[in-house]
Ligand binder design. Structure first.
Ligand SMILES: NC(=O)c1ccc[n+]([C@@H]2O[C@H](COP(=O)([O-])OP(=O)(O)OC[C@H]3O[C@@H](n4cnc5c(N)ncnc54)[C@H](O)[C@@H]3O)[C@@H](O)[C@H]2O)c1
Length: 315
């Protein structure tokens, strides 16, 4: 796999930093743009192949300088779901205007762009009527879903109008090494591990019966790289998930078992404004069939690998 020169937005975040680790051997040069609003500089591998820019993705001067040299763009920077209901303007600015700006300038300045991979989200399905949910559904209820879905639409616009080689991946509850509570908005798996390892109560919002489709980070990175490499991916939207539902209560019990904290406490708190999805499972048959992607990690395997990584503490 040869990737040449790459731009990763959000490269100091969970998924971006793991993508960086995987692609370094395959790249000539990697530009990372991240404003470190939730990401950590320490998450970025130390190599002279990486040039890091602490900046917002809407920095037009910076993009104008970098984009003419870029072969692949991985657009991962985002303002997350939890923040979106607190600050709708920020969500709109980063997730929608930021995504639009990147597409607009990629079309204008990238002379030889091979792929623009955009990581969208299963949040656009909200509480779907059909499970596992296929790509032709949507139900927009939260600002994060609206802004991420709007950028998906602009990916389609830039593909149809200008043949920009875009591919959209809708990810679902990604977990694994690289996800830590240093980002206070991180996912539930990292929060449960942090609590269990500190022998503190695990906090569940709502009754814990709500389900999610948890996807292991290595499987997600596989999907991102297939989206970049396979020509069939151009102009497409793919779900990336396992199709399996796991309740938050069951997740808590599994993590308590793995960390030998079976007798630990669980505290139930009222559901938050973002907790509107009762069941989630997404259908990944399209990416399995067209890009030959598969999920290699069962939830338990992924949780054990995450625990080993957390215990090593090399982050
Ligand atoms: N983690 C998941 O479960 C999940 C699920 C669905 C979709 N996604 C998508 O995957 C992508 C990566 O998610 P993640 O979990 O790594 O998130 P993350 O919060 O760990 O990383 C996002 C990064 O973007 C940076 N950032 C935020 N605003 C920025 C801005 N204005 N300019 C530059 N950088 C900015 C942050 O500092 C952070 O390093 C996002 O696009 C997200 O919507 C993630």
């Amino acid at each position: 796999m040869r990737l040449g020169k790459v731009l990763i937005t959000g490269g100091a975040g969970f998924i971006g930093s793991q993508l960086l680790k995987r692609i370094i051997p395959h790249c000539k040069q990697i530009f990372v743009i991240d404003d470190l609003s939730t990401g950590q500089i320490s998450a970025i591998p130390k190599t002279n192949k990486i040039s890091f820019f602490k900046s917002c993705i809407t920095n037009i001067d910076l993009l104008t300088d970098l984009l003419p040299h870029v072969d692949y763009i991985f657009h991962l920077a985002c303002s997350n779901l939890l923040k979106s209901v607190i600050n709708l303007e920020r969500d709109f600015y980063v997730n929608f205007y930021g995504g639009f700006t990147l597409l607009r300038l990629a079309q204008k300045y990238c002379l030889n762009l091979k792929r623009f991979v955009y990581t969208s989200t299963a949040s656009i399905y909200s509480d779907a009527e059909v499970l596992p949910t296929t790509e032709d559904h949507y139900k927009i209820r939260l600002p994060y879903a609206a802004s991420k879905f709007a950028t998906e639409h602009y990916c389609a616009v830039y593909y149809h109008l200008y043949k920009l080689p875009v591919c959209v991946l809708r990810l679902s509850n990604v977990f694994g090494p690289g996800q830590t509570t240093e980002n206070p908005y991180c996912g539930v798996v990292a929060k449960f591990f942090a609590a269990a390892m500190a022998k503190k109560p695990l906090i569940i919002y709502g009754d814990g019966q709500q389900t999610r489709d948890f996807t292991y980070i290595d499987d997600v990175i596989d999907a991102i790289l297939l989206a970049a490499r396979k020509k069939e991916a151009i102009g497409q939207v793919y779900n990336v998930g396992t199709g399996c539902e796991t309740s938050i209560q069951a997740l808590a019990a599994e993590i308590m078992k793995i960390t030998s904290y079976e007798k630990g406490a669980v505290i139930y708190k009222p559901a938050r404004p973002i907790d509107i999805v009762f069941r989630r499972a997404i259908d990944a048959k399209k990416i399995q069939k067209e890009l030959l992607w598969k999920s290699n990690f069962l939830l338990t395997e992924g949780l054990h690998a995450t625990y080993q990584w957390l215990r090593r503490g090399d982050y």
